[in-house]
Write a protein of this length. Structure first.
Length: 246
């Protein structure tokens, strides 16, 4: 009897880093549940690309992750379609400035929804299936989970919560399920724009003197999911050394 392929649920996977993670895992033989929110055209194009390589290997799942009641459904539909779950990648993320004096409770809710609340409850829904498959979770955090970014307090707080969830769930779900995080540095600039001077300043503080690529982030995610069999509760920084440079 043939061994069934491993199955991964990747949030925010239509574009950018999420799509690179999806391509990497699919190339490694994973069947995929591709979650998206608004990027329907992009996710359909990605699904068609992947299915042209391996038919019936992809499911697309639309959801606003702040619709918290729907989170267990994403896991249930993945398992319903593929019969198992081996990996959860919490990649989807809201990012915006929240300068003190202008920040609203609604921004708090939005930034925490995708960066902390949904990853935790997706992990909770996924845990029994991941235990059964001896699977793993990877959370996409940020070097700003551990050091502040001015005018972005809520984003930093939400990623710090996800870092602690990574460590705490690594303890709680062991020994069956490993839980780790990847902290990218400057990979892709935010689509809402980033001042040229700020980009330059960031690169000057990056020992490897360039931005990283989505594929370099995806390679770390893949390693943590598929190969890092004695690693849990850890953060892999894919930041060109920027954490060292202040
Ligand atoms: N880009 C970087 O250089 C960088 C640096 C440090 C850390 N990171 C982390 O790496 C991960 C990927 O980064 P990225 O720049 O590729 O992310 P991104 O493009 O900013 O966001 C990824 C996806 O998240 C989804 N999303 C956002 N809010 C959502 C919500 N409330 N409900 C459902 N989906 C939601 C969006 O899906 P739709 O498009 O379908 O709406 C979006 O395409 C993120 O966790 C990010 O924090 C990235």
């Amino acid at each position: 009897m043939s061994v069934p392929p491993p199955v991964a649920l990747v949030t925010g996977s239509a574009r950018r880093i999420g799509a690179a993670i999806a391509r990497r895992l699919h190339a490694d033989g994973y069947d995929l549940a591709l979650h998206y929110r608004h990027s329907q055209d992009a996710v359909q194009a990605l699904a068609a690309e992947l299915e042209s390589r391996r038919p019936r290997s992809v499911l697309t799942l639309q959801a606003e992750l702040s619709d918290f009641d729907r989170l267990p459904e994403l896991v249930a539909r993945t398992v319903g379609r593929f019969g198992r779950l081996d990996a959860l990648v919490n990649n989807a993320s809201a990012f915006e400035p929240t300068p003190i004096g202008t920040t609203t409770p609604r921004q708090w809710d939005q930034l925490f929804a995708s960066n902390a609340h949904a990853p935790f409850f997706l992990a909770q829904a996924a845990a029994p299936h991941l235990k059964a498959s001896r699977g793993a979770i990877v959370n996409l955090i940020d070097l700003y989970a551990e050091r502040p970014l001015a005018r972005h307090t809520l984003y930093c707080m939400a990623k710090a919560a996800l870092l602690m969830a990574t460590r705490s769930l690594a303890l709680e779900l062991a020994p069956e399920v490993r839980v780790n995080a990847v902290a990218p540095g400057a990979i892709l600039w935010p689509e809402q724009g980033h001042a040229e001077a700020a980009k330059q300043a960031m690169l000057e503080r990056t020992p490897l003197a360039r931005t990283g690529t989505p594929e370099e982030v995806a390679a770390a995610v893949r390693w943590l999911l598929a190969e890092a069999s004695y690693t849990t509760g850890q953060v892999i920084r894919v930041d060109g050394g920027r954490m060292l440079a202040g």
